[in-house]
Design a protein around this ligand. Structure first.
Ligand code: ACM
Ligand code: ZN
Length: 536
């Protein structure tokens, strides 16, 4: 063979092992900012390598995550190479651009025939690049078997999120969800490029976090003898409901979330929604009890006494342990739905109002939250609370989570405070998502997929300066009527997929019909991971 023939032979050989897949549709959720298809493709095999910069522990986390996902897809146990040379072929490079070329969560993904490159200036960006890569594998279902194509289309994708707070909440108090399920829920956030898990840990119906200094919080507060099963409150299930997370469980979950670039915001409710704590420590309520962990849902008059310094000492001790467990900057203190009836009657609370020159019980609520905020700030944490913390005056540095529509968020942003939007009409995933007669029992409301998808977190009332205070949005999942994992996943999916696009993508690039058609493939990805969802 002469030289020319050899070259032609090699070229034909290369061509024939490079399947062309121009017609493969790209349907990534949330949709990336810019996708350019190129006329090439990359095929994975068991010798494909993952390459990271030497000694970069954060990028190594990303590499390990990718390795595990590829193992799930194909059974390949890819090797991870830690090296600064870029000469490899058949490799996925997780490139750390140290010159801050990219914003914190931004990435660029390039796929050609020889290599895949995910470039970013921080490991979070790299992780989101990996999530996009994982959705480039075409997924198909045949005879109950879901499989992924080993060949992915050539692309150049540049992408970054619109908002910095992209969250999901979970109430584990009304019904408890165990450690393994919480991890599965966190995986769902990761898959949708969300970065904040708001973990609602204390309630009237159950205290779910071990506090070493106050063991009765879980011994007594995590237990209820039975639960209402009917909205008219007359029927109970007769089954004990009790469980909680040990501090070891929490550490494990915090690490699991951190490996997926997700920050956990723990919520310790006060001054209302605290019956479980009061059942364990009645001395911190206005009446002294006795109290009982609630078996029914609602808003209760029994709340922490705001006139008793011992209440604050207790809460600060609890928060001290919480702060040690959760490395994120925010602690959520609830603040919602706190009736003032007992404060009106309580001599200690009335004395506090006098001593602090407060006008009324709303200002007493404000005093309560401000006092806790001072404590949190002194421990380098930020306070976030539901929009009721605006009543009686907002604590100086508080962030507001707007749930009773957007008005609380608008007011807070106009006052120069940061805001997370989770208005009930669009972001409450405990609402019905279809005709009530065709859906499992829900708390009420109606928030369908389109309502979520069309949600715009920046209210028109805000100037562009004020709008900078809208950190992002999240959906809330209250579990009064959600008792099983399957049901919970059904309530969350696919509404959460829609929300992920709301908080990632620019509004002008959104298209509900395109999103809906992407869901068909996305459902297979969810099914492959064992999630339940509401079909279209
Ligand atoms: C809430 O839904 N009570 C915050
Ligand atoms: Zn009191």
């Amino acid at each position: 063979m002469n030289k020319v023939s050899i070259v032609i032979f090699i070229l034909i050989g290369m061509y024939s092992c490079t399947p062309k897949i121009e017609n493969v549709e790209i349907n990534i959720i949330p949709k990336p900012l810019n996708v350019e298809k190129i006329n090439e493709s990359f095929t994975f095999n068991k010798r494909t390598k993952i390459v990271i910069e030497q000694g970069n522990i954060e990028y190594e986390k990303v590499a390990l995550y990718l390795k595990n996902e590829i193992k799930d897809y194909f059974g390949y146990d890819l090797s991870i190479k830690s090296t600064n040379d870029h000469i490899h072929k058949n490799a996925i490079f997780l490139i750390h651009e140290s010159d801050r070329k990219f914003e914190k969560e931004e990435y660029q993904l390039e796929v050609d025939t020889k290599i895949i490159k995910i470039s970013s200036s921080a490991a979070n960006g790299s992780f989101y690049g990996v999530q996009t890569l994982l959705q480039l594998f075409e997924v198909n279902k045949s005879e109950q078997n879901i499989s992924f194509s080993k060949t992915i289309p050539g692309v150049k994708i540049s992408d970054k999120p619109r908002f910095e707070w992209r969250g999901m909440h979970l109430d584990v108090c009304r019904h408890f969800y165990d450690k393994e399920f919480v991890k599965k829920y966190i995986d769902l956030l990761a898959m949708h490029k969300m970065n904040t898990f708001h973990w609602h840990l204390t309630e009237d119906q159950g205290w779910r976090i071990e506090i070493k200094k106050y063991s009765k919080l879980t011994e007594i507060g995590s237990y209820r003898s039975e639960t209402m099963v009917d909205k008219n409150r007359e029927e109970f299930d007769g089954q004990e409901h009790s469980d909680f997370y040990s501090q070891e469980d929490i550490k494990e979950i915090v690490q699991y979330a951190s490996d997926r670039f997700i920050t956990i915001v723990p919520e310790i409710e006060m001054p209302g929604h605290s019956l479980a704590a009061l059942a364990a420590y009645p001395e911190f309520g206005c009446t002294g009890g006795p109290y009982e962990v609630s078996k029914v849902w609602g808003v209760f008059d029994d709340v922490y006494c705001a006139g008793n310094d011992k209440t604050f000492e207790f809460l600060e001790n609890v928060l001290t342990e919480v702060i040690e467990l959760f490395p994120g900057e925010y602690i959520h203190v609830g603040g919602d739905e706190c009736p003032k009836a007992e404060w009106e009657e309580c001599p200690k609370c009335q004395q506090r109002i006098k001593d602090e020159h407060l006008k009324n019980e709303f200002e007493l609520q404000s005093y309560f939250i401000k006092r806790i905020e001072k404590f949190l700030i002194s421990h380098n944490k930020k306070l976030i609370g539901w929009d009721e913390i605006l009543e009686g005056g907002l604590a100086p540095e508080a962030t507001v989570m707007s749930w009773r529509g957007s008005k609380g968020g608008i007011a807070a942003a106009k006052m120069g405070h940061d805001v997370v939007m989770s208005p009930n009409n669009e972001c409450y995933f405990d609402h019905y998502q279809g005709k009530p007669e065709e859906e499992p029992l829900a708390i009420g409301g109606y928030t369908d997929l389109k309502d979520v998808y069309n949600y715009e977190p920046i209210p028109a009332e805000l100037s562009s300066e004020e709008a900078k205070h809208i950190l992002g949005a999240q959906a809330n999942v209250w579990t009064e009527w959600i008792a099983t994992e399957d049901h919970l996943e059904y309530m969350v999916l696919p509404r959460m997929c829609a929300l992920s696009e709301v908080i990632w993508q620019k509004p002008e690039n959104k298209d509900f019909e395109v999103f809906k058609s992407s869901l068909n493939k996305h459902f297979l990805r969810l099914e492959n991971k064992g999630y339940n969802f509401k079909e279209l």
